[in-house]
Design a protein around this ligand. Structure first.
Ligand code: GLY
Ligand code: MN
Ligand code: MN
Length: 443
């Protein structure tokens, strides 16, 4: 992402904040894994969105209209010894030169400097309740100002949720954000195709996961979330991440994996037969999910409300379950009673962006939000018939048990409909079987 993009975002946010206000955002903290080993550092999405600055121990401050500069970055100073051990730092000069800060100060001086910056403002934009230690620090700055009230020091009178403005901005993807998301989608799609090609009975789930990690890393990406690679009945565990079981002949494999490229996520699920051929029952259930997914995608267009794709998916899924004898009764009554929930317990999608479950409101007041061009969402219906599944007192026929299916694509709302960013992975039964048969030839 170019520096001009970050500058444009800061400018827009400051326009919305207006004069006499200040925004304060902390960088993500380093998380300890064990002893001296950290978790891989990932900058906070909001912080990165406005700064492009990838280091920990930093605080960004935006003060619209401040004569001495609107954008102030507190960060770590250069330190040859620390950099020898832990890696390069931009330093104060780098913050100004490469990251567009009007002013930069050492993070260690923030308690001395920040109260003075707050003093001239009425409104503080800040995401409360995310980081307890930072909340306490902000409260401390305010207390310091209040204590000096008799000396004529002014204290801001309003605290405003920064997330409100920022997350609405993040919901509408710019041209360069869409470019990044297309790339994340393409790399992820290639990995899913590869998984279909290499899969065979007797492999372990983690061997398939390794294909994803290898492909993502080769393209400079990291997984956007913990990959789910679930063979057979493991597919019925929605957040299965052990990925340590053997893949068995005759069962399906559900893979939910996506890459994060330059801070933007893809989120793809495919389900395919481990031996390359769907059984009759697997194919029947799969087709219901696929039809539901297509019906839901068909509802993604400007003006449709958030829940329309979900409603479309639920209708097709319920009708399919009825036809296959998994549910009994009247279609409309079953939908109303949410009879499908034993087999379909999650919703049909979520916003997608820098976070896999991205920010942005799903409702405006009491009404579902309308879709608009530039929004990106997932469409991911599924059916999960767990071993021993029941409908009321009735046991589900054995032949369906242990089948879990989800099909998930990433969809961009366009001016006249939508574009499926992850369309490069086959999802039609015939296409998956053809791809796997072709790969079998070469094994
Ligand atoms: N991978 C998480 C999800 O599909 O929402
Ligand atoms: Mn998803
Ligand atoms: Mn997913």
């Amino acid at each position: 992402m170019k520096q001009t993009e970050f500058a444009r975002r800061r400018k827009r946010l400051m326009q919305m904040m207006g004069k006499a206000s200040v925004a304060v955002l902390p960088a993500a903290r380093v998380a300890m894994r064990n002893r001296d080993a950290d978790y891989p550092y990932r900058q906070d999405s909001d912080f990165h969105y406005l700064t492009g600055f990838d280091e920990p121990e930093a605080v960004a401050v935006l003060i619209p209209g401040r004569p001495h500069g609107e954008y102030i970055l507190f960060c770590r100073e250069r330190d040859p010894l620390m950099e020898t051990w832990h890696g390069r730092r931009a330093g104060l000069e780098g913050a100004r030169e490469h990251y567009g800060a009007d002013d930069a100060f050492p993070i260690g001086d923030i308690d001395d400097i920040l109260p003075g910056l707050l003093e001239s403002c009425e409104r503080v934009y800040y995401a409360m309740g995310v980081d307890d230690a930072f909340d306490a620090q902000v409260t401390g700055w305010i207390r310091r100002l209040k204590e000096q009230a008799r000396a004529g020091v002014h204290t801001p009178s309003e605290f405003v949720a920064l997330d409100h403005l920022l997350h609405d901005m993040r919901l509408y993807k710019s041209r360069s954000e869409i470019t990044a998301m297309r790339r994340a989608a393409r790399i992820s799609a290639q990995a899913h195709v590869r998984a279909m090609q290499v899969c065979r009975p007797g492999m372990m789930e983690y061997e398939i996961e390794a294909e994803f990690l290898y492909h993502f890393k080769r393209h400079g990406c990291v997984p956007a979330y913990g990959s789910i690679v679930g063979g057979g009945e493991n597919a019925c565990i929605l957040h299965y991440t052990e990925n340590d079981a053997e893949l068995r002949d005759g069962e399906l494999l559900l893979i939910d994996a996506g890459a994060e490229h330059d801070y933007y996520a893809a989120d793809i699920t495919r389900t395919f037969p481990i031996n390359g051929r769907f059984s009759a029952e697997q194919a029947a259930l799969y087709q219901v999910v696929l039809d539901a997914q297509k019906a839901a995608i068909a509802r993604v267009k400007p003006g449709a409300h958030w829940n329309e794709p979900h409603e479309a998916a639920v209708k097709v899924l319920t009708r399919g379950l009825l036809k296959l004898g998994l549910l009994k009764g009247q279609l409309r009554a079953l939908i109303k009673q949410e009879a499908y929930r034993g087999f379909y317990m999650h919703r049909t999608g979520h916003w997608l962006g820098m976070d896999v479950h991205d920010v942005g409101d799903y409702k405006v007041g009491n009404a579902w939000r309308e879709l608009e061009p530039g929004m990106v969402l997932t469409i991911e219906p599924g059916l999960y018939i767990a071993p021993g599944a029941r409908v009321g007192k009735r046991k589900v026929a054995k032949k369906w048990q242990g089948i879990g299916i989800r099909i998930e694509d990433d969809v961009l709302v366009t001016r006249d409909g939508c574009e499926v960013l992850t369309r490069d992975v086959p999802k039609e039964i015939a296409d998956i079987e053809a791809l796997m048969a072709e790969a079998d030839h070469h094994k």
